[in-house]
Design a protein. Structure first.
Length: 153
């Protein structure tokens, strides 16, 4: 049976939320521009994540401010495309890296292999231009990338 393709377009966050509320079938993904008028991408993402837990949220932006980007992941977006591209799993890794968990413990926490966690580490180190855990943690703290409960991203 073919899958239905659901496409909706909106000029701003308020319009998108109204459109989604009227749909008979929820989209699997919402792609938002961070700089939308009336209700920006971050504000819209917060509502989508809270009210429609099955919708994955991807943010598109030319914003290069790392604090803004990391704050998007703190509210729960699943991906960001712009200057710095982090996957949802890389963000989970970053949150756990702020704890004292070993790579093995992080792998167990997010249910992947230790080698996969090493790949997340390598990718995030490169994206943030750091070479060690100490540099990574210092940069993340400086950027305000903190979580109330970092053991549960």
């Amino acid at each position: 049976m073919p899958h239905a393709l659901l496409v909706a377009e909106a000029a701003n966050g308020k319009e998108l939320l109204n459109t989604i509320a009227e749909l008979k079938q929820l989209p699997k993904i919402a792609i938002l521009d961070l700089s939308m008028p009336d209700m920006n991408g971050a504000e819209t993402a917060k509502v989508l994540i809270a009210e429609y837990t099955t919708i994955k949220v991807l943010i598109l932006s030319i914003v290069t401010d790392e604090n803004s980007i990391l704050n998007l992941f703190n509210i729960g977006v699943h991906g960001f495309t712009g200057k710095v591209n982090f996957t949802h799993r890389e963000i989970s890794f970053l949150k756990l890296k702020l704890t004292n968990l070993s790579l093995k413990e992080i792998a167990q926490e997010i249910h992947v292999s230790e080698k996969t966690v090493e790949n997340y580490r390598d990718a995030t180190y490169e994206k943030l231009n750091v070479r060690s855990r100490a540099e990574l943690v210092a940069k993340l703290i400086k950027m305000g990338f903190m979580n109330e409960d970092p053991t549960h991203p």
